[in-house]
Design a protein around this ligand. Sequence first.
Ligand code: SF4
Length: 66
Amino acid sequence: MHIDIDTDTCVGAGQCALAAPGVFTQDDDGYSTILPGREDGGGDPMVREAARACPVGAITVSEAVG
Ligand code: SF4
């Protein structure tokens, strides 16, 4: 799994950090960022929930190929 956050789209709603606090956090400006080393989601099933919860669809979850 690979997670991308479109930081141009993110409005800092914080829904992702609420849904999956083990993967997402918010930076000093309130925008979403991925915790260090968690770009692969860390096997957290809440990652997809967080992507759905994002009101502007800024989170893309893709399956790693191979
Ligand atoms: S839920 Fe979406 S808009 Fe809100 S902080 Fe996360 S990525 Fe940004």
